[in-house]
Each structure stands twice: as structure tokens, then as C-alpha cells.
Design a protein around this ligand. Structure first.
Ligand SMILES: [Zn+2]
Length: 255
């Protein structure tokens, strides 16, 4: 694994905040889960996933605890102050050092948030369903920080080049957004496909528009496609049964 413990390039997070996304290489899993699959729910061998998670633990400071989620595409936001077994929901907020907040993805968008001082962090599992249900706004609203003081990083997700969706997705998003001004910014994230009734959705721009509407103006990242980059990323849309990358953010216990 490389680039662990390194803030994302050009992301102006405080020195005490670390964030990273794993890639699919460097682990023990084989076949369709090859090789650094960090998810238990995808049918990979349990003990192999544990070995992969041990690798992850070895790559971060001692005494760091990983907080996992049982992700369900919901709008459930959890504030954690002590590490616990996996919690149901799709977002974690944390204000104490030493807890690595994790989401698992293979196409859905991982959204990292921190305030500029580095006293509060959050991570969100944002697929279109979670976005419809308000996972982004619920997280930002539950954070103590002023949204204008937050910076966001959009981790690797399926890009607009490959994310074809039906009109039902567009309808569901439209229905979930009451502000006309916001919908006008989201509507342009759907580009018509050559297949009738289908669209290519830009998840990055969708999440970005929503975050900006919430007052989070400093947004970084967003230049990957998990589907396109098969060497680097798992992609559920591309491969069906496959592994998951982890996106992690934590406040350094030593800084
Ligand atoms: Zn793509």
C-alpha cells in the first residue's frame, strides 16, 4: 500500500487530520476479490479479509481504532466518541483523536469532511440512494462546525463516463429536492445517453452541488472513475461480485 497517512494532494486539511483511500492491490484476497478487499459482506473468505484489515492496521499509528459501518444507503448519521463494533448507517462524525472513521465503496462516492482546525471530521457513503435520502445534508447539519469552515474531499467513485442510470434515478432525485435553485444545479449532472430514457450521472457534481448549497464551498478531489481504472479500483458496476476499497479519515492521536 502506498500513500497511506498522506493527506490528499492539495487538500488543505490541518496537519492532525489524515485521510486516505486504499487501492485494490497489495492484499491477500484472490480471484474476483483480488487483492486488498476490506469488506466482509461481499462473500470473500472471512479470515482473508481479517488479514487484509491487519495490513491496514499496520499501516496506521499504533492505538488507532477503526470504526466500521454496516452501510445501508440510508440517511443515518452516527457521532462516535469511542470505537464500537460496526454501526448501522452511512455516515460517521468524530471529534476525538484516534478513531479512524471508515466507509467501504466500489463505485459509490466517499465524501470526506473536516473543519480547517482539524477538530471535527466526517466520512459519508454517498450513492444516489443515500443522496436522495439526505445523507449529505444530515451529516453537515449534525456537525458542530460552521459549513463555511468545512473542506470536502470527494474520493474515487464511478465517473460520469460510465455511470449510466435510468430515468427513475433522475425522478427520485428531483422528488427529493424541494429547492428549485438546487434542482437546476443537479439536473445538469444528468447527461442524456444514446439509449432512450437513460442518462449518465455525474455523482461528483451532484454531491458537489449539494455540498455547496449547504455552505461547504471548498471541495476537492473528484477526478477518478472506479469503473474505468480496473487496475486500481474495485467496481461493482463493472464486475458484479467484487471487493471494496476503504476510505478513512482520522484525527492523529499524537498531534
Ligand atoms: Zn468512467
Amino acid at each position: 500500500m502506498t500513500s497511506i497517512l498522506k493527506n490528499f494532494p492539495n487538500w488543505p486539511a490541518a496537519d492532525r487530520v489524515h485521510a486516505f483511500v486504499t487501492e485494490r492491490t497489495g492484499g491477500f484476497s484472490t480471484g474476483k476479490f483480488s487483492s486488498l478487499n476490506l469488506a466482509h459482506h461481499v462473500n470473500d473468505d472471512f479470515s482473508t479479509v481479517e488479514r487484509n484489515r491487519d495490513l491496514l492496521q499496520l499501516s496506521v499509528p499504533e492505538n488507532l481504532s477503526f470504526q466500521w459501518l454496516n452501510q445501508i444507503h440510508s440517511n443515518i448519521v452516527n457521532v462516535v466518541s469511542v470505537p464500537s463494533p460496526p454501526i448501522k448507517g452511512d455516515s460517521l462524525i468524530c471529534r476525538v483523536p484516534g478513531i479512524a472513521c471508515c466507509v467501504l465503496t466500489a463505485d459509490c462516492l466517499p465524501v470526506f469532511l473536516t473543519n480547517l482546525k482539524g477538530t471535527e471530521i466526517a466520512i459519508i457513503h454517498a450513492g444516489w440512494r443515500g443522496i436522495c435520502r439526505g445523507i449529505l445534508s444530515k451529516t453537515v447539519n449534525k456537525m458542530c462546525s460552521d459549513p463555511y469552515d468545512l473542506i470536502a474531499w470527494l474520493g474515487p467513485a464511478i465517473g460520469p463516463c460510465h455511470y449510466e442510470v435510468g430515468g427513475d434515478v433522475k425522478d427520485a432525485l428531483k422528488k427529493s429536492i424541494s429547492a428549485k435553485e438546487l434542482w437546476s444545479r443537479i439536473e445538469i449532472c444528468f447527461r442524456e445517453s444514446s439509449t432512450e430514457g437513460k442518462f449518465f450521472l455525474d455523482l461528483y457534481k451532484t454531491a458537489g452541488a449539494m455540498l455547496k448549497y449547504l455552505g461547504v464551498n471548498k471541495i476537492y478531489g473528484d477526478d477518478h472513475c472506479t469503473f474505468r481504472d480496473r487496475e486500481k479500483y474495485f467496481s461493482y458496476r463493472r464486475d458484479g461480485e467484487t471487493g471494496r476499497m476503504v476510505s478513512t479519515i482520522f484525527i492523529d492521536p499524537k498531534v
